[in-house]
Design a protein around this ligand. Structure first.
Ligand SMILES: CCCCCCCCCCCCCCCCC/C=C/C(=O)SCCNC(=O)CCNC(=O)[C@H](O)C(C)(C)COP(=O)(O)OP(=O)(O)OC[C@H]1O[C@@H](n2cnc3c(N)ncnc32)[C@H](O)[C@@H]1OP(=O)(O)O
Ligand SMILES: Cc1cc2nc3c(=O)[nH]c(=O)nc-3n(C[C@H](O)[C@H](O)[C@H](O)COP(=O)(O)OP(=O)(O)OC[C@H]3O[C@@H](n4cnc5c(N)ncnc54)[C@H](O)[C@@H]3O)c2cc1C
Length: 664
């Protein structure tokens, strides 16, 4: 029935103030109000309809993306939306587009690596969308190994220009979003060559297409790289291939904040670390962590609501069957994901703060926290995107057969999300960067240099190598200090074990290669510790609202104890806890699931997602799933006619043939 809230009994069970939790989730009252207003604006505008997306062919899909992007830009101007509001609007449209790369990478690259003069010239054009940019780093033959890029930018002192060239097939730019069909400009990464000398990879602003007729400029071959995983999903994006044949650009289009080339062709390195050339990646990795909490919370919202609607088995004397959310196995799969969504939200908030802090320091020429920022953004990007991709797929399975329907919203969400494990740095490659940072920190422990930031715990080396958990009963695992110490000891001991093993090899490089699987595990342990500790820190803040803090404490314990249970091998083999303590943790976890159960629906309501944004029949706010699934099925283009196209051509002759054979 329309207008009935089938989940109302669930909502009435909530033991906390959902409106206050919405504010905690959004980050502040103001952020909540902006997000709520813009989400409703998008949901109520038929121009942003998306229910037909999975049935469109690539060309229609892409054209539709362009239409939405242009309409969104018109609304942003008409409504005079500020930067944050415009960002929210683009994200609620929920369709990857060239604008993501324009605003998300092209503009930040110019801001981070351009001189003041360059910013003054290019940013106003980009802000008004008079030029559209992409970020072209990856090549056909080189992605993770940025230092291995082959594109060259050779300085020609005669003309005061750089000559951009793709010397081989493998040097073609390959993957940049927006490049395929739309970008007029790109920040292109190429090896800088002056006077025959190779100075490594630098960024250059290069115009790719005419601003009059959109045709590629002379010397430029550009196109789309083809269909990607999933039907709609990321195929709204024109990932591109680009080949340069001696394309000339003025010298002042090299991004010169980190290093410069003078009129005479002299290479001058500023007094800043060369790693700042990688700064845009640090920025984007940081945003990807918050986006992980958004993607995971969407999937969890769908799976939780549907699990409360869906009933299987357990009917007695005609009573309704059991809601599948009441099965302990369903809770043990679903509630850790719910807790993870909250955990990633808070670690994302913290990472944003860290990024802003490092940016301020860089402006003041303090580069001391750059390695920490790199390790944290790389590690947390890796940890949260892997967990989110796996989590979305788990949510699909939690919804049984109906989860496999596109109308559940989950297949498309998975397909669009899963490349996050690869883009902005392959997740294993990034964990190896964290491992390097950890090994460096461990190797410096004896030197009197105290570890700082997220590795500060390693400063308590002696204690962490010796401590034994004092857990005696299940509820001891609810004490934050007990949990934190177990996670610190596990992470530290895994790092120390790797560091010791590295010394057994003839060179650190050989050892690093040989032990890389163990190093990745140590890096994961360290990153999980960061997430747990930032959740615990969040709980030390003043959190208003009836029962809100209590629910968050429960979720924090679920997140930590779920990880402890999943990785109990690490905790046991490093001797941080005993087998008895591991089973007490599991006992406590079961009890926590029972505490989450009555609040589960309200905890996902706190994400404040509109039905438009969720795009899921199973995750509808009102829980009216079956009639809508039935309605949705009839909308499929295959059901436009009773007898399908092709029947008379292929099936009928076959049937006739069978009849003849049968008569024989
Ligand atoms: C319902 C469905 C609809 C839903 C729709 C919803 C939409 C949801 C999805 C939305 C889409 C969002 C858009 C996202 C768009 C994605 C766009 C993607 C873009 C890209 O992928 S850009 C290309 C990114 N490429 C990479 O990340 C490459 C990875 N490789 C590297 O970063 C490096 O090469 C390296 C780090 C692996 C190694 O570098 P290198 O060899 O140069 O360095 P060394 O190992 O020798 O290290 C040198 C020292 O430098 C330090 N270092 C390295 N990197 C950095 C850094 N970034 N910052 C600071 N320092 C850095 C190392 O630690 C070394 O330090 P040491 O002290 O010398 O040890
Ligand atoms: C949807 C999407 C959008 C993208 N958008 C852009 C964009 O806008 N701009 C842009 O420049 N790029 C973009 N990329 C490219 C992306 O950044 C790269 O694909 C990514 O950095 C991974 O690099 P790769 O493809 O070279 O993987 P590879 O490095 O070839 O990885 C292949 C395998 O090798 C392993 N491996 C690699 N190196 C090591 C190592 N040292 N030790 C152990 N294992 C290793 C990896 O773990 C992986 O399993 C995009 C990619 C995708 C999928």
């Amino acid at each position: 029935m329309e207008g009935v809230d089938y989940l109302a009994p669930e909502r009435n069970n909530a033991q906390f103030d959902v409106d206050e939790m919405k504010i905690v989730w959004a980050g502040s009252r103001e952020a909540f109000e902006v997000s709520d207003r813009i989400a409703r604006l998008v949901a109520s505008d038929p121009n942003f309809r998306k229910d037909d997306r999975t049935t469109l062919g690539r060309k229609e899909l892409f054209k539709n993306t362009l239409r939405k992007a242009a309409y969104a830009w018109k609304r942003i101007i008409e409504l005079r939306l500020n930067e944050e509001e415009a960002k929210r609007l683009r994200s609620f449209i929920d369709q990857p587009a060239f604008t993501d790369l324009h605003w998300g990478m092209f503009v930040p690259a110019i801001k981070g690596q351009g001189t003041d003069e360059q910013q003054e010239k290019w940013l106003p054009l980009a802000y008004k969308m008079q030029i559209i940019g992409c970020y072209a780093q990856t090549e056909l033959g080189h992605g993770s190994n940025v230092q291995g890029l082959e594109t060259t930018a050779t300085f020609d002192p005669q003309t005061d220009e750089f000559v951009i060239h793709s010397p081989t097939l493998t040097s073609c730019k390959w993957w940049p979003g927006g490049l395929g069909k739309i970008s007029t400009h790109g920040v292109i990464y190429a090896r800088l060559i002056t006077d025959g000398k190779d100075h490594g990879v630098h960024g250059f602003i290069v115009q790719l297409r005419s601003l009059d007729d959109h045709l590629p400029l002379p010397g430029i071959t550009v196109g789309d790289i083809g269909m990607k995983f999933g039907n709609a999903a990321y195929n709204t994006m024109d990932n591109g291939v680009l080949r340069f044949d001696h394309v000339r650009i003025p010298r002042n289009q090299m991004l010169m904040r980190v290093s410069q080339v003078t009129r005479e062709g002299k290479y001058v390195q500023s007094n800043v670390p060369r790693q700042l050339v990688y700064g845009t990646m640090v920025f984007v990795r940081q945003t990807i962590v918050s986006d992980a909490s958004t993607a995971l919370s969407r999937a969890v919202c769908i799976a939780t609501r549907y699990s409360a609607v869906r009933r299987q088995f357990g009917s007695h004397n005609g009573s309704p069957e059991t809601q599948v959310i009441n099965y302990k196995t369903q809770q043990a799969r679903l509630f850790p994901l719910l807790a993870s969504a909250y955990a990633f939200r808070f670690v994302g908030e913290w990472l944003k703060w860290l990024y802003m802090d490092v940016t301020k320091r860089l402006e003041a020429k303090d580069f001391s926290t750059l390695p920490e920022a790199h390790a944290c953004t790389a590690g947390l990007k890796s940890l949260t995107t892997s967990a989110t991709a796996d989590g979305i797929e788990e949510c699909r399975k939690l919804c049984g057969g109906h989860g496999y329907l596109c109308s559940s919203g989950l297949p498309e969400l998975f397909a669009v999300y899963v490349p996050a494990c690869t883009y902005e740095g392959d997740n294993i490659v990034l964990l190896l960067q964290v491992a390097r940072h950890l090994m460096k920190t461990v190797s410096q422990l004896g030197s009197g240099k105290m570890p700082v930031g997220t590795t500060a715990y390693m400063g308590r080396a002696e204690h962490l190598m010796q401590c034994r958990s004092d857990v005696k009963q299940a509820k001891d695992w609810l004490r934050p200090n007990v949990v934190l110490e177990a996670f610190e000891a596990r992470a530290f001991r895994m790092s120390v074990a790797c560091a010791k093993n590295l010394t057994k090899f003839s060179s650190p490089e050989e050892g690093f290669q040989e032990l890389s699987a163990d190093l990745v595990e140590a890096a994961v342990a360290h990153c999980q510790l960061i997430v747990v500790s930032k959740f615990i820190e969040k709980l030390q803040q003043d959190i208003p609202g009836k029962g809100v803090k209590q629910q968050l404490e429960i979720l924090c314990s679920v997140y930590a104890l779920f990880l402890l249970h999943k990785h109990h091998g690490d905790f046991l083999s490093t001797g941080c806890i005993t087998p008895t303590q591991a089973s007490l943790a599991n006992e406590q976890l079961r009890s926590l699931y029972s505490q989450v159960r009555p609040n589960a629906i309200a905890l996902v309501d706190a994400f404040n997602y509109t039905d438009h944004y969720l795009g899921s029949v199973l995750g509808r706010y009102d829980g009216n799933v079956y009639p809508k699934l039935y309605e949705e099925a009839w909308k499929d283009p295959l059901n436009d006619s009773v007898v399908p196209d092709g029947y008379h051509e292929y099936v009928r002759p076959m049937l006739k043939q069978q009849l003849r054979n049968a008569r024989l």
